[in-house]
Write a new protein. Structure first.
Length: 554
């Protein structure tokens, strides 16, 4: 008897083979899986964890529900007038509020917690022993934040296109606001990573998380005030050249400080024996060069109007005051690994020593860079007198050259005094306690508060001196510099400050000079034999020798 044929034996072999082949989506999934192996592993891990977390699911659901609810409510409020009126901006404002909260608060704080939790729980040590570099870890965290931002944008973008159809808002404004929101979210995310690397102690992480949430809230409400307030009353002037020039300058500053924060977060994750400072100081110098370039271009554009010199000096002073405050908190001890990388030649030691780690080198680095800003300003004054026949704006009064010169010299003196005192006090406290980088910054803030608050309190207690500047406020850099700009002339108080402050700055610099000399005396040390052999093996692995072919051989 013949065997009973089953349905499987009766099926067409071609159909069976077609069923066994993967579908188009399966092949796409396999291709994406293969591509993920070439991506940053931290990016893949963080993206998977973030998209599967309860926080993301709840936030994304709320964004969808709020967008749907605002669509229904907004259309109902507009009513039949929706066909004839201009209500695109009203609907856009609601969608922006819905989108701005996750972009400016949830995503940056999530980036902060993703790195802070690993440092608190001790899981970061597992990453540090792998072949992953700190930059890969930071870029992976940022990449995960970018993926979350794109998901939120994809949820709200159809609603934004709907607002353009309602008229009342142009498409370039929609693109401009969305790009600005994306860049702001990315900048806040890298700032959150920097805050997460500031300390690994849990109680300080709690304090920093509260401060970060407060800062993110301020950024969120500031963005609402700008979009819902300024843009609703005054449309963006896309047709004006100055608008694009200002945005290009702001984008340059954003990119420079973004790179600095990224390098800071990466440096904080490296080993303590590594050189954490040289790259950061190179970025700081690049920022000053970019700012100086914009100042020179602006001076040419305004045909020698010297009013641009005062903002240039103000921003340069703020920049190097902040950078110097953080550099004062660096450890004065150089590891053997850093000493093996020190410059050897005379020119290298003369120009590159100040890029080495240490508060003394950082102090001189900040002072010299602000001094170079003063030199560039005086070159601009000389060019103004030579090319434009001394043309200057009336805002600076009858003696613009003197006002700019005095302003720059007094600002420079304040920087030398406060950074020098902060470096000296930080070094003194390090004898009793091993402080960290935040110690120098906190001491600098405390000095500034005392220098501004103490004389101001005495000043306000005297009835006859409540509104007038006096020599009692000579320790207050803000009021003193404001006095120079406001009067645009040399008052007797400013004359005294012009002689006293540079003298005090010279004394403070001399007090810090022994530490500077010690930093200069550091010389390169030779590599141990074991380290040299390991470096040779690593170099051979990276660049293996090529086989030599003998042309006479058969």
């Amino acid at each position: 008897m013949t065997a009973i044929e089953t349905p499987q034996t009766l099926a067409d072999p071609r159909e069976a083979s077609a069923a066994a082949q993967p579908s188009r989506w399966d092949r796409l999934d396999q291709l994406a899986l293969r591509a993920s192996e070439w991506l940053n592993p931290i990016l893949v891990k963080e993206t998977r964890q973030a998209l599967k977390s309860r926080q993301f699911v709840v936030t994304f659901t709320l964004v969808l529900v709020c967008s749907w609810a605002w669509s229904m409510l907004g259309v109902a409020m507009i009513g039949p007038n929706i066909y004839h009126g201009y209500h695109g901006w009203d609907m856009f404002s609601g969608y922006f509020v819905i989108l701005a909260f996750p972009l400016l608060v949830i995503v940056p704080f999530g980036a902060f917690r993703s790195l802070a939790s690993e440092r608190e729980d001790g899981t970061y040590e597992l990453l540090s022993v792998t072949t992953l570099r700190p930059r890969q870890i930071v870029s992976g965290k940022l990449g995960s934040a970018v993926v979350q931002m794109l998901v939120y944008f994809s949820a709200v973008s159809p609603c934004l296109a709907f607002t353009y159809l309602l008229k009342g808002i142009d498409f370039p404004t929609v693109i401009y606001v969305m790009v600005a929101a994306f860049l702001a979210s990315l900048g806040l995310a890298v700032a959150g990573l920097v805050v997460a690397t500031a300390t690994s102690e849990k109680h300080w992480q709690i304090v920093l998380s509260v401060l970060l949430l407060f800062g993110l809230g301020v950024c969120f409400f500031s963005s609402l005030a700008f979009v819902l307030g300024e843009l609703s009353r005054r449309p963006l002037p896309f047709q004006e050249e100055e608008f694009w020039v200002v945005n290009a300058a702001m984008l340059t500053a954003y990119g420079a400080y973004f790179v600095l924060l990224f390098c800071v977060a990466s440096a904080q994750l490296t080993f303590a024996s590594n050189n954490r400072s040289s790259l950061l100081r190179a970025v700081m110098l690049g920022q000053q060069a970019l700012f100086t370039g914009w100042m020179g271009w602006g001076l040419i554009e305004v045909e020698g109007d010297l009013t641009i010199a005062i903002p240039y000096l103000i921003f340069s002073g703020i920049h190097w005051s902040l950078m110097g405050a953080f550099m004062n908190g660096e450890s004065p001890e150089l590891s053997h690994r850093v000493k093996r990388q020190l410059p050897q030649s005379f020119l290298g030691r003369a120009f590159l020593t100040w890029f080495n780690p240490g508060p003394a080198a950082g102090y001189v680095f900040a002072v010299v860079n602000l001094a170079m800003a003063l030199v560039f300003t005086w070159i601009a004054i000389a060019a103004n007198a030579f090319i434009y026949s001394g043309r200057a704006s009336s805002l600076l009064g009858a003696t613009p050259y003197q006002v700019i010169f005095i302003f720059g010299l007094i600002e420079f003196s304040y920087l030398v005094i406060y950074l020098g005192l902060g470096r000296w006090l930080t070094a003194l406290l390090r004898r009793f306690n091993q402080g960290k980088m935040l110690l120098g910054f906190l001491i600098q803030v405390l000095l500034l508060m005392i220098g501004c608050g103490a004389p101001l309190t005495i000043h306000l207690m005297i009835a006859d001196m409540r509104n007038d500047y006096s020599l009692l406020e000579i320790t207050n850099p803000f009021w003193t510099l404001e006095e120079i700009i406001e009067h645009r002339s040399i008052t007797p108080e400013v004359t005294v400050a012009l002689f006293v402050l540079p003298l005090v700055a010279g004394v403070v610099f001399l007090v810090n000079l022994p530490s500077v000399i010690t930093a200069v005396r550091h010389v390169r040390i030779a590599k141990p034999r074991r380290v040299a052999e390991e470096d040779e093996m690593i170099e051979l692995e990276r660049n293996p020798p090529q086989p030599v072919i003998d042309p006479l051989a058969d």
